[in-house]
Structure formats: C-alpha cells, structure tokens
Design a binder for this molecule. Structure first.
Ligand SMILES: Nc1ncnc2c1ncn2[C@@H]1O[C@H](COP(=O)(O)OP(=O)(O)OP(=O)(O)O)[C@@H](O)[C@H]1O
Ligand SMILES: O=C(O)c1ccc[n+]([C@@H]2O[C@H](COP(=O)([O-])O)[C@@H](O)[C@H]2O)c1
Length: 271
C-alpha cells in the first residue's frame, strides 16, 4: 500500500469525522465532466476530500479497448493536481484482478476508520447498471452514493432504479444536479482519432499528455504506433517518471497532512 494514500486519509485535525468523496472511473481520458462532478459533490455535500480512483482493470470493459492503466492514472494525476482537495490513488492499479468497486470501498473504509463516511460519486448512466456490479446493491451498505446528472440518460431509467430500492438503501442515495457537460471519454477518443481538437474539454496538461504519447491515434499514425512500447517503458519506470501532481506516484500527497491543502482545509478539511 502506498504510504501517500494512508497519509492523505488521515483523520481531520479537529477530530470531526472525515467526509470522503470517491470518484471511480476508467478515465480514458479524464475530462472536465469528471472534474465538474467531483467538485460539485465536494462543495454540495461538504466533503473534506475527493479521491479519484482510476480503474486498473475495469470489470465491465473489454481490456483490449481500454488504454494502458499507467497512462490513465498519470492523466488523472495531472488533471487533479490543481485542486488541493483532490487526490489520485493507484489502489486499483496495484491490486490484482478486476477492479471491483466494492473491494475498493471496503479497503478505503478500513483505511479511513470507522468514524469516516465514504461517498461514492457516480454519473446516473453508471448508477443504473449497479445491480450488475460485483456485490450488486450491497454496495449501498459500504457507502453513501452521490448520483450526478448526466446528459443523455432518459430520466425514467434512473427513476426505475430508485424505485427498485428498499427504503433503507434508497436513503443512502443522493441525487445531485450538476451543470450538464455533454461529453464523454468516448467522444474525446474519437475526436483525437479524427484529428479534431480536445482543447478545453480536458485540462491542458491532459491534452499535452495525450499528444505527447500519441494516445487515441489510429494505429500507425506517428506517436500512436509507439503506444505499447511507451506504456511498457512507463511501467518499467515505476513511480519515478510520474508527472507532477496530486497522486501517489508523484509523491505529493495533495490535501494530506502538512500540505498547502491541509492548511487550506481549515474550513473544509483538516481543521
Ligand atoms: N459528462 C459527465 N457528466 C457527469 N458524469 C460523468 C460525465 N462523464 C463521466 N461521468 C461519470 O464519471 C464516472 C467515470 O466515467 P468514465 O471514466 O467511464 O467516463 P466516460 O466519459 O463515461 O467514459 P466512456 O465514454 O469511455 O465510457 C462515471 O460514474 C460516469 O457516469
Ligand atoms: O464493481 C463492479 O462490478 C463495477 C462494474 C462497473 C463499473 N464499476 C466502476 O464504476 C466506475 C465507473 O465505471 P465506468 O465504466 O463508467 O468508468 C469505475 O470505478 C468502475 O470500476 C464497477
């Protein structure tokens, strides 16, 4: 277990119970929809910190269609670096097997301690598939669930899901309307493949990273043809070649103890 995450999950200095947000995703690539969702959840529910968890092996996706986890992790570190309340963990990259969310939530709860409340943040499109996840609705015993709105999902699908829940579990689900950001990682991959701009749809550092490593370009198109080799080199480099940012590989524990964010968190964080 990376020491950075343990430090980042340390209790608040004022003894009040920690309110921890967790946003899991494939993040292939991370985009402003993810960041807006996390920030909206943080401010609305007065979360002390939000942890971004790139899925090492997304359980429901074809591995051949997903970029190397190391690239997705590094882009997430870059994207979250500017927010002192955000942090990116490689927990699911370093765990063997499919990245089941229930395992992650149990692991985080054990690390954060019994006083902490864990809020899993997810888009409405993802939440309606929850019954098919590992552990099914049992996930709602391991966390509070913040459901952020997402353009494109018919309202009835979410309502049907909510209506299907027993009252005790329904009480743990919180709807949060957020500014509608009508983009997805799929759109962004398609844009890059077609040579179209992704500027302003992802943080500038992520845009630079995508182009530097030739991600999402058709095979044989310049740097894109080097993808497998680059990813292998990144893995060999381990944590030493990580980008600067709020993530374990960067060795900069973001809003953890002693950081600028720890101090800034006087109101919202580690007072
Ligand atoms: N634009 C958005 N608005 C609100 N929530 C979003 C948005 N994009 C992604 N999410 C949510 O963020 C989480 C992680 O999403 P993910 O990394 O799969 O991105 P995605 O854009 O849905 O990717 P893809 O198009 O590859 O399926 C999910 O809970 C998803 O519902
Ligand atoms: O645990 C599961 O069975 C499970 C099934 C589908 C999705 N998830 C998680 O849900 C989060 C969002 O998934 P996705 O596909 O929208 O990136 C991400 O953290 C996934 O690992 C988890």
């Amino acid at each position: 277990m990376a020491r950075g995450l343990e430090e980042w999950l340390a209790p608040r200095r004022d003894g009040r119970p920690l309110q921890l947000g967790v946003l899991g995703g494939t993040f292939d690539p991370i985009h402003i929809g993810h960041l807006v969702a996390a920030e909206a959840a943080r401010t609305h529910f007065r979360l002390d910190r939000v942890l971004f968890v790139p899925a090492g092996r997304p359980p429901h996706k074809d591995p051949a269609a997903v970029s190397d986890a190391e690239h997705r992790y590094r882009m997430t570190v870059l994207a979250t670096a500017g927010n002192p309340y955000f942090y990116t963990t490689r927990l699911e990259l370093d765990r063997e097997g499919p990245s089941y969310t229930i395992d992650t939530l149990r692991q985080l709860s054990a690390m954060a301690g019994p006083e902490a409340t864990v809020y899993f943040i997810a888009g409405a499109d993802s939440v309606v598939t929850l019954p098919s996840w590992r552990g099914g609705l049992g996930l709602l015993d391991a966390c509070q669930l913040i459901v952020v709105t997402r353009p494109g999902l018919p309202g009835e699908a979410l309502q049907r899901f909510l209506d299907s829940l027993p009252a005790a579990r329904r009480a743990r689900v919180h709807l949060l309307p957020i500014p509608e950001i009508g983009i997805s990682s799929t759109d962004l991959r398609e844009r890059v493949a077609a040579g179209r701009s992704i500027r302003y749809l992802v943080p500038a550092a992520v845009e630079d990273y995508v182009h530097k490593y030739g991600l999402y370009r058709p095979r044989g198109a310049g740097a894109g043809s080097e993808r497998a080799g680059e990813a292998a080199a990144l893995r060999r480099a381990g944590t030493s070649g990580a980008p600067e940012g709020a993530g374990e590989a960067a060795g900069a524990p973001g809003a953890g103890p002693g950081s600028a964010a720890g101090a800034a968190g006087g109101g919202a964080g580690r007072a």
